[in-house]
Write a protein that binds this ligand. Structure first.
Ligand code: FPP
Length: 249
């Protein structure tokens, strides 16, 4: 008898589409290794990862998921070589231009979590435009985490709250979790039910630290560019076999 059950042990990948998680969050990891395995530059891995993101985001809308959040660029990713950072920013620009062009058809609401101010003015303007055009759409909401870090988000929230206290807009003696949630980039978005991390890494890497307090985690060795609808089914099926107690019994 093994001491531990396999992490994602599941009877089948059959999904009950009437009981989907409301919010899925994904750490899109493994692009670099995917490229290396093929003798390609890391940037090719990111391009393939961007394609996978398109496929998965479209599929999430099709199946009626309410919220999808993806980790596209962290506060720590600036440490990467300039060429790689520029390539990721270029892919984002390409994606946002396409998304704006197809918005009337797709009607996906788009948000951005993170401090966008270090991005180029062009990219900031594109994010702003995407957010503005799509803000009234109902149905699937896609949140792209850009220059995002969970600790950075919490510090910003704490500073904003302290400022409100000093200005008499908040009471320093009373703060609920819901109230504090309003100071975070994710304000108005329910916490993720399921956090998926491909590529075999078993860590959170500063992603949605506050919001994932009671999330279910699904780890897979599949690299993000190889992630598919079938892989998503497996993750959702695993989630549907979990028992969520939120600290109760
Ligand atoms: C992590 O893999 C991936 C990133 C830091 C960038 C993710 C970016 C994209 C998928 C493309 C742009 C996104 C959108 C939304 C269009 P890694 O490079 O750390 O992989 P490795 O661990 O194998 O090196």
């Amino acid at each position: 008898m093994p001491l531990f059950k396999r992490r994602n042990a599941q009877p089948s990948a059959e999904v009950d589409f009437t009981k989907l998680p409301r919010h899925i969050a994904i750490i899109m990891d493994g692009n670099g290794r995917w490229a290396k395995k093929r003798g390609l530059p890391r940037t090719a891995g990111h391009a393939a990862g961007a394609e996978t993101f398109r496929t998965i985001a479209t599929y999430c809308k099709e199946i009626g998921l309410d919220y999808l959040t993806v980790y596209a660029f962290s506060t720590e990713n600036w440490k990467r070589p300039q060429e790689e950072v520029s390539a990721i920013m270029g892919l984002l620009k390409k994606y946002l231009l396409e998304a704006i062009g197809q918005m009337e058809r797709d009607k996906v609401k788009m948000e951005f979590f993170g401090d966008l101010s270090p991005l180029t003015p062009e990219l900031q303007e594109l994010c702003q435009r995407t957010r503005e055009i799509s803000k009234h759409y109902e149905g699937c909401q896609v949140n792209i985490c850009l220059n995002y870090g969970g600790r950075d988000e919490l510090l910003r929230g704490a500073m904003a709250y302290a400022k409100d206290c000093m200005e008499g807009k908040a009471d320093p003696n009373h703060l609920t979790q819901d109230q504090f949630g309003q100071y975070l980039f994710s304000r108005g978005v329910p916490d993720p039910d399921l956090v998926i991390r491909p590529s075999g890494e078993l860590r959170l890497s500063n992603f949605l630290l506050w919001q994932s307090a009671y999330a279910e985690f699904y780890f897979t060795d599949v690299l993000w560019p190889d992630f598919s609808k079938e892989e998503l089914h497996k993750a959702i099926a695993a989630y549907q076999h979990r028992s969520r107690r939120f600290g109760g019994v």
